[in-house]
Design a protein around this ligand. Structure first.
Ligand SMILES: [Zn+2]
Length: 211
């Protein structure tokens, strides 16, 4: 697949060695609901609301140190002007968007249900020690088939590692692969040594001004 990156939207974005769950928190604009849900599933603290205005997004990001994710170029440039850390999301599919964050921020992509946040409300999930406690809250088939359940302490939803986690892991793997392609297109690996694992396609040098 071929694609074109708008490098003018990249300039000045500090590349971090690794963007872990502990280091990186996000606030996503109104167009990025699906990405916000995915980041929460992967364990990233991500604020999202369909009713956030641009000013609210900027205030939240500057007040809390969250990275603003946006599909809006105008908002992106306003954030940059205010010194707010921001990423302009260029791609459309979730695989490519996660790959983009992997390549641009060094976002660690790891699917681990025990570290997930509630995709609905962003609260960290808590492992249910006694599955009998959630018997009435999950479908009988799932309750019988699984032993480990996770509870959202904020909204009360219950989660388990069902078949959809196969799909989550597949997408995470695909995103890792695509991140290698993006890194090559940007003329660097995003993280030292990363490109080598992608079939020796590591570009030779980092772009000036990015380290
Ligand atoms: Zn919740």
């Amino acid at each position: 697949m071929s694609f074109v990156l708008n490098r003018s939207l990249d300039v000045g974005l500090a590349v971090m060695a690794e963007c872990s769950r502990e280091k990186c928190r996000f606030v996503a604009d109104t167009m990025l609901g699906e990405l916000a849900r995915w980041l929460r599933i992967l364990g990233y603290d991500t604020l999202y609301s369909r009713v956030y205005s641009d000013n609210q997004l900027l205030n939240i990001a500057s007040r809390t140190g969250r990275i603003l994710l946006t599909r809006d170029k105008g908002l992106y440039y306003r954030a940059r002007k205010k010194g707010v850390r921001t990423v302009y999301i260029e791609f459309d599919s979730i695989e490519w968007r996660l790959a983009e964050l992997r390549a641009k921020l060094g976002l660690k992509l790891e699917a681990d249900p025990s570290k997930s946040r509630c995709p609905e409300c962003n609260a960290p999930l808590v492992k249910v020690e006694d599955k009998w406690k959630v018997k009435d809250r999950v479908p009988p088939g799932a309750w019988e088939a699984y032993d480990v359940f996770y509870l959202c302490p904020r909204c009360g939803r219950v989660y388990w590692e069902g078949g959809h986690w196969r799909n989550i892991r597949r997408i995470v793997e695909e995103s890792e692969r695509l991140a290698g392609e993006i890194a090559v297109a940007r003329g660097k690996t995003g993280r030292p040594g990363r490109g080598d694992r992608r079939g020796g396609r590591a570009p030779s040098q980092a772009r000036e001004g990015e380290r």
